[in-house]
Design a protein around this ligand. Sequence first.
Ligand code: ATP
Length: 247
Amino acid sequence: MSAPYILQLNQIEVIYDQVILAVKNVSLAVRQGSIVALLGANGAGKSTTLKAIAGLVRAEIGEVVQGRIYYQGLDITHAAAADLVNQGLVQVLEGRHCFPHLTVEENLYSGAFARKPRAVELNQALERIYHYFPRLLKLRKNQAGYTSGGEQQMVAIGRALMANPKLVLLDEPSMGLAPLMVEEIFQIVHQLNQEEKVSFLLSEQNATVALQYAHYGYIIENGRVAAEGETKVLSVRDDLQSLYLGL
Ligand code: ATP
C-alpha cells in the first residue's frame, strides 16, 4: 500500500508585485517517507513554490499565494514559517545562509532554538547531526564562514535537522558545489530518508543527481508543471531529456 501524502499543493499560484505570476496553477504531492524533486531551468518557479510552502511568501510586501497547501492533512496555506517549523516542516534556503561569524556548532544550536530543548536533548540532537555529518564534528569549533561551500551546505541541512523535521524543503542543494561534494550531500539525504524516513522536497537544476536520488519528480517550466512521474520513468523519457532536463 502507498504511504499517505505528507504534503499536497492544490492549484497554487504565487504573485509578486501584484503582476508577476511566478507560479501558475501548480499541483503536486509528496508521500510520507519519500524524496521528491522539482526540476527545471533558472527562473522556472521552483524556489517560489518552496517559499509558498514554507510560509515565506510575504503578504506585507504585496506577495500573494492562492490555492491550497496541506501538510499532514491540515491547511497551512497562510501559516507562519515559525509555526511550520514547530510542526516539523523546515526549509533550507538557496545559498545556505549560515551565520558566518558563529562556529559550526553554534550554527547547529540555532536550529534547535524554537524547540527550547534541555541540555541533554540538545546534546543528543547534536550527536545525531554528527552521525550523519562526521565532517561537521571535525569542524565544530571552526567559524562557519571559513568552511567550504559544501560544508556550509551541510551546516545548513544539519541546522534544519536540529528542529526534528518530518519534511525538509531543500532549495538547490547542489548549487555551486563540486561534483564529489554534491554526491556526498545527496548520499546523506538518502541515508536520512532511509534510516529515519525524513521526507524531502528539493528543487534542483542538476537533473542527473536529482533523478538518481529522488523517487518522484516534477518538471517545472514557466511556473507550471510540464511533466511528472517516478524518476525511473522520467530518466528514460527521451522527449524530456534535452527539452527540460538539459541532459
Ligand atoms: P532559480 O533556480 O534561479 O532560483 P527558480 O525555478 O527557483 O529559479 P524562482 O526563483 O521561483 O525560479 O523565480 C520564478 C519567477 O519569479 C522568475 O521569473 C523570477 O524572476 C520571479 N521572482 C522570483 N522572486 C521574485 C521576487 N521576490 N519579486 C519579483 N519576482 C520574483
